[in-house]
Each structure stands twice: as structure tokens, then as C-alpha cells.
Design a protein around this ligand. Structure first.
Ligand code: GLA
Length: 698
């Protein structure tokens, strides 16, 4: 049959389809998804409690690098004790793998993204790869939780140094670090939070980079200022501790309101939202940050350089102001180059996440002389295709686009696609060996909420796929090898579906190309909509896609982080299904059930109930194919051997990316291993402004 089809080309294909479908049967999906080949993490963390990692307290004395002291002596900077908050965050020595560090040196990153500008609050990307993670400090922090004991798991305090729940569980009072300053010396306080809440999150015309919306913190939630260092959240739910995770990167990381407010259309006469978004282009330097380093140099397609923030509000137990590293560089190159350079020693850190490079990276890192160490972690990288499930106008589709949305909303169609994917072949095209494994979609095995028996997997079966396509009303009526819509839809035209994918990553391209070829075999014409990351992300946010292929985030790995993103729980939250122009959602019945399960999970603290709810969720999402799972595999952290205080077993992605989990402000280079790679030695960030250079003490 197969040979005949190939030999006869289009006509043969038509014959093949009709013959098969005449006796077609759909094989039963299975609840035993293929067991991934054993691939143990090469290192495991030492588990600790939150209080073992950090605390907030005043210390008898504080220290700073010699060259920073020179700024103080020259009258260009207040003394270190005055630059720090009343009670700085203190990292405990006992939790530092190599103890208290030494100042100096630089960490050299390579990124494949490009900075659009510094207005993170208004949705501008800084190019990823840890650049925005380092600039944006958030109310809470989750990256380092990979090393926190399960029974003590809750977000780390950060800008919010403590919090307490009211008796009835509806209000959460948060206490901010007191007397901390932005990197330009301006005070940080509740005004920054209220600007972020009122004029960023609640303003429908502004969406922060990671897509946070008011519903990220629960529908009906309010935030009020109590005083300079106290805010009060009021929730509809009782004690929804889940939102503490949502207040970490990248949902509640307020920007410098002392600069942003002046550009916001609400406060600036005649300003447009576009002007607001673009008011701080990459050439605007020394953008105030609460992070450890601030940007002092930008050269397009070349580099971003950051120097230490002299007002950083974190210290070690000896009172040394952090960070230990004076400089941070981001070479603007490609993600594949990040792996190559880190393995070779000309860059310092990479998340090895593109399987195409695994074999070479492993080979080189195994050599005695290798400058970097490489350690594989759990199988946390996964890819899915999200069919656009909005039938009511999100992204303003044309007639073709709308017809595809209707198909996407058809369960038989989604199942046909899933059956039609040869996931083993997709994975093997990336890398041979024990790495990749077929992925059913939904929660991933590393999470304790994952349950095999609740996971429905549609094994590769062209026959089942074709039978279901026909059931969905799709037949190749014109004999050109591609299925057509029924006669009353678009005049029975060929079904054409676009697949949006990110060209910054070879893996995304390889997978998308594999899917397109496999769909062609099924008689479905899928057209590549391949775009660079920033453009691709903008189209996802705007709903301008039929299908989009993406690497999944931490919600499917941890469940507790970004739980709200697991289903279309609010009009703006989902990357597969947002509200149409009228603000309403047209959820399919199973989506509504997913939303109910997620909301119930957020509203309860009962462990048994939570486990049961996630089983329900997993069954709903995998059986109904909310997203089409493709492949999953482990990634490796590659890090230059000269760095100290690198926690064992840091995963490249769990609660957040490694660039957060590693606690870079605590990493250092022992004196005898320090490099001379600083590009702006002895300088600090200067005044914020376009083209402003870093400054010297003399
Ligand atoms: C990109 C990279 C990841 C990680 C993140 C951090 O997505 O591909 O490895 O560095 O940025 O945001």
C-alpha cells in the first residue's frame, strides 16, 4: 500500500486515503505513555530549609570592594552602610557551597535573543538568557527552591521580606525591605509596587514581558498601599498561597516608577502607549535596577555590559555587599554559540538545551583539560504545539484562520493530529541515544503531581489519524494529496494551517520541520510561520497564529509555580486561548473543567485533594489534547570551572531557569583563578540616560 502510494504520487495518495478509511479503525489511546530511558541526574542538591539560605538582619559592619570605596572617598557615593537597607538580605555561609567569597572578575554570558529596550514592565524583551532575570528583582523568588525540602516549600522572601495572612485568610500583608534603593540611589518603596499594579497590570494597554495580568493573582484580587513599606493584598479565595509563587519572576517584578511614571500616557500629556513602551531603548544606559548589576554599555548585535549595582541590598554574613562579581557581560550571538563558547571556555555559562549539540558538548567536556564542567539534570525540557482554541476573534483571524480555529476546537481533529505524529522520529532527528522521549503533553514526570495512570497517550497510528480526519469532515476531494474543508467551508478549499515557531533555536526549527513533514504524510498542509524570538512572542501574545510550537515552562514541571497558566483561568493568561475583542472567553467544556481543577487546586491546601485535582487535570489535558505534546529530554548545565559557590544539582529549568536558581550574586571566582576579562574595570553605573557611560571614581 505504502509503496503504491509513493509510486503513484498524488493520485495514489488519494486512493490510499480512501482505501484505508473504508475499514479504518481508531486504536485505543493508552494510559501507559512510553517510559523514558533511564537518565539520572548526575548531581543532586543538598536539601535545606528556607531559613538555612537567607535571613534579613542588620549587621554590625559592612564592606565593599576597594574600588567602590574609592567612590565613597571621592564623595561620589554615600558610605556603604547608608546605601544598604535597614535590614539587608543576608545569605547564610552554611548554604554557600564554598563559603564567603572574594570580589572581582566577570561572568560572560552569550545570548541568542536581542534587547528591544529596558521597559520590562511594558513588555520589552532584553534578549533572555538571564539578562532580565538579573535586572528584575521580584516580590518573592523561586529559582533556588530546587534545593528546598518538600515539607518547607514556599517561595523565598525577596523584595517582600516577610508576610502574614489575616485570620480569615483573605488578606495578605506584605512587608517590603526598608530603606533599599534603586541602582541610581532613588528610594524603592510601595509606590513602585502601586505603579506596577495600577498602571501596568490593571492597564489593559500594557502587558509586562512575561505576560502577567491581574488574573495572575486571582480574579477579583486587590492590592493597597498601607505605608511606604507595607502593602495589603485581598483575595477572593481563602489563603491562596499559590499566588506567592506568582509574585516571583516574571510576574511581580516592579520597574523604577520614578522613571517609568513620567513616560506613562496616564501621566504624560499626549504620550502614546507605543512611546511609553519604547521610552528606554537599549542605548539608554544605567537603567535603574534592583538587581545586582546595571547595564552600562550596549553595542547592537555585539554586547551588553553590566557593572555592579552600588546600592544592591544583599550581603553575606561577613557584611560584604554583594554581588561578588563586578561585571556581567552578554554577547549578542546565537543560542547554539552559547553552548559552543561555554564548552570552549570563552563564555562562562550555558543551559545545554538544544539536543543537536549534546554529543559534541559531552565529548569535549569529558576531556581532562576542559575549561567547563557539564552536568545533566532531570528530563525537564519539553515541547508542545498549542492549537489556537479561541473561536471568538482573538488575534482577528481572517476566514481561513477562523476555519482553522473551528478545526482546532474539534476534538476528533486534535486527536487525529496527535495520532499522526511519530514522536520517536521527531526526537531522534534531534539526537540519537537515551535523551529524547515521546511526550504526551500535560504535567511532566519530574513533578510529584505527575501520574502515569491519568496520562492519556495517543500512540503513532496513521490509520487512526486518517479515520479521525475523515470523522472531522476532512477529505481530499480534489485529489491533490491534501485534505479539503467540507464544501460549505471556504468553498471546500485545501486545509492550510500555519505553524508559528521560533527561529532563534535550531531545536524549534527542527521540530517544526519534522511536524510539517509528518503532517504532509497525513494529507495536511502545514505552512511554516518561522520568526525570530521577539516577533514570534509578539504574535503569540496577539493571538496571530493557527498553531504555535513552544518549549514549555515551569508550570508543567512544578505545578506550584505559575499554576494559573496551566489552563485558560483568565481572559489574558493562556498562550493557547485568550478572550476575543469583547473580553469574553469561549472555553470548550473540557477547558472549563481544566480551569475548575486549577482554581480548586489554588483554593485548597489539602495535600490529598491537591493530588486528586492534578490527576483530574492531567486526564483532561492529555485526553482532550489541550496541547499536542511532542518530545521531552534532559538538559545540562555547563559552567566554567573557575566559579565557586555553584550549588550541586542546579537544574537548568525547574521553578525557574538556572540563571535565577544559581543565585549569581553569591557566585565568585577565587583570587588565584580570576581572569582579566573585565571590559570596564573600576567603574560603576553612571546617571541614567541615552549614551551615558559608566563612571570612574577619579
Ligand atoms: C532563554 C534560554 C534559556 C534561559 C532563558 C532565561 O529562554 O533559552 O536557556 O537562559 O532564556 O530566561
Amino acid at each position: 500500500m505504502r509503496k503504491l502510494r509513493i509510486a503513484l504520487g498524488g493520485a495514489g495518495l488519494m486512493l490510499g486515503v480512501s482505501l484505508i478509511s473504508a475499514h479504518a479503525q481508531t486504536i485505543t489511546p493508552t494510559t501507559t505513555p512510553p517510559t523514558p530511558a533511564k537518565f539520572d541526574a548526575q548531581q543532586t542538591p543538598t536539601f535545606v530549609g528556607i531559613k538555612d539560605i537567607l535571613e534579613f538582619k542588620a549587621l554590625p559592619e559592612y564592606h565593599e570592594p576597594e574600588f567602590v570605596k574609592a567612590f565613597v572617598d571621592a564623595g561620589k557615593l554615600p558610605p556603604v552602610a547608608e546605601r544598604l537597607p535597614k535590614e539587608p538580605m543576608v545569605y547564610k555561609t552554611g548554604n554557600m557551597p564554598d563559603g564567603v567569597g572574594t570580589y572581582g572578575d566577570v561572568i560572560r554570558h552569550v545570548i541568542g535573543g536581542r534587547p528591544e529596550g529596558w521597559n520590562y514592565s511594558a513588555g520589552q524583551s532584553q534578549g533572555w538568557g538571564g539578562i532580565d532575570i538579573g535586572l528584575s528583582e521580584c516580590l518573592t523568588r523561586t529559582g533556588p527552591l530546587f534545593q528546598v525540602k518538600a515539607e518547607e516549600l514556599e517561595p523565598l522572601p525577596n523584595l517582600a521580606k516577610s508576610w502574614e495572612w489575616s485570620e480569615d485568610g483573605h488578606t495578605l500583608t506584605m512587608h517590603l525591605i526598608e530603606g533599599a534603593k534603586w541602582s541610581d540611589g532613588a528610594p524603592f518603596n510601595a509606590d513602585d509596587l502601586m505603579f506596577y499594579w495600577n498602571d501596568i497590570l490593571l492597564d489593559p494597554q500594557v502587558t509586562p514581558l512575561n505576560g502577567a495580568s491581574p488574573e495572575t493573582f486571582g480574579v477579583g484580587t486587590t492590592l493597597e498601599r498601607v505605608d511606604d513599606y507595607t502593602v495589603k493584598w485581598t483575595f477572593k479565595e481563602v489563603k491562596p498561597t499559590q499566588y506567592l509563587y506568582a509574585m516571583a519572576y516574571g510576574n511581580f517584578c516592579p520597574g523604577p516608577s520614578h522613571l517609568l511614571k513620567a513616560e506613562h500616557p496616564k501621566y504624560k500629556d499626549g504620550a502614546t502607549y507605543d512611546q511609553f513602551k519604547n521610552a528606554f531603548p537599549p542605548e539608554y544606559l544605567n537603567m535603574p535596577t534592583m538587581g545586582g548589576w546595571a547595564p552600562v554599555e550596549y553595542r547592537a548585535d555585539d554586547i551588553v555590559v553590566m557593572r555592579r549595582n552600588p546600592y544592591y541590598w544583599k550581603v553575606d554574613e561577613a557584611g560584604n555587599q554583594l554581588p561578588y562579581l563586578d561585571e556581567m557581560q552578554y554577547r549578542l550571538s546565537t543560542w547554539a554559540d552559547r553552548d559552543v563558547q561555554t564548552v570552549a571556555g570563552s563564555a562562562d555559562l550555558s543551559n545545554l538545551e538544544q539536543p543537536e549539540g549534546f554529543v559534541e558538548a559531552l565529548r569535549r567536556s569529558a576531556e581532562e583539560t576542559a575549561p567547563a564542567r557539564l552536568a545533566f539534570g532531570a528530563r525537564t525540557i519539553s515541547y508542545s504545539i498549542y492549537p489556537n482554541l479561541s473561536g471568538n476573534g482573538w488575534g482577528e483571524p481572517d476566514a481561513r484562520g477562523q476555519a482553522v480555529r473551528e478545526l482546532n476546537r474539534n476534538e476528533d481533529f486534535r486527536k487525529a493530529i496527535s495520532y499522526g505524529l511519530d514522536r520517536v522520529a521527531l526526537g531522534e532527528a534531534l539526537v540519537k541515544g537515551p535523551f529524547t522521549s515521546p511526550y504526551a503533553g500535560g504535567l511532566m514526570p519530574p513533578t510529584s503531581y505527575y501520574d502515569d495512570a491519568s496520562t492519556v497517550f495517543y500512540p503513532y497510528s496513521e490509520e487512526s489519524a486518517k479515520a479521525l480526519l475523515e470523522k472531522a469532515g476532512l477529505k481530499d476531494t480534489d485529489g491533490n494529496g491534501f485534505v479539503n474543508f467540507p464544501a460549505d467551508v471556504l468553498g471546500g478549499a485545501d486545509v492550510e494551517i500555519t505553524l508559528l515557531a521560533n527561529t532563534d533555536y535550531q531545536t524549534d526549527k527542527s521540530l517544526a520541520e519534522g511536524v510539517i513533514a509528518q503532517m504532509e504524510r497525513l494529507g495536511i498542509r502545514v505552512i511554516a510561520q518561522f520568526q525570530a524570538g521577539n516577533q514570534r512572542d509578539a504574535n503569540v501574545l496577539a493571538g496571530k497564529f493557527d498553531w504555535q510550537l513552544t518549549r514549555n515552562g515551569s508550570d508543567l514541571i512544578t505545578v506550584v509555580q505559575n499554576t494559573q497558566n496551566l489552563a485558560p483561568t483568565g481572559p489574558q493568561i493562556s498562550q493557547a486561548h485568550r478572550a476575543g475583542p469583547d473580553g469574553t472567553q469561549d472555553l470548550l467544556p473540557f477547558e472549563q473543567q481544566m480551569v475548575d481543577a486549577v482554581n480548586a487546586f489554588v483554593a485548597t491546601a489539602d495535600p490529598a485533594e491537591r493530588i486528586a485535582l492534578m490527576k483530574t487535570y492531567q486526564q483532561l489535558t492529555t485526553e482532550n489534547i489541550y496541547a499536542i505534546g511532542l518530545t521531552q529530554y534532559p538538559g545540562a548545565l555547563i559552567i566554567n570551572k573557575r566559579f565557586a559557590n555553584v550549588p550541586e544539582g542546579t537544574p537548568i529549568l525547574q521553578f525557574n531557569w538556572a540563571e535565577d536558581s544559581l543565585i549569581r550574586e553569591r557566585m565568585y571566582v577565587p583570587a588565584d583563578k580570576q581572569s582579566s576579562n573585565e571590559l570596564h574595570p573600576d567603574t560603576l553605573p553612571g546617571a541614567p540616560g541615552k549614551g551615558n557611560a559608566p563612571i570612574k571614581s577619579n
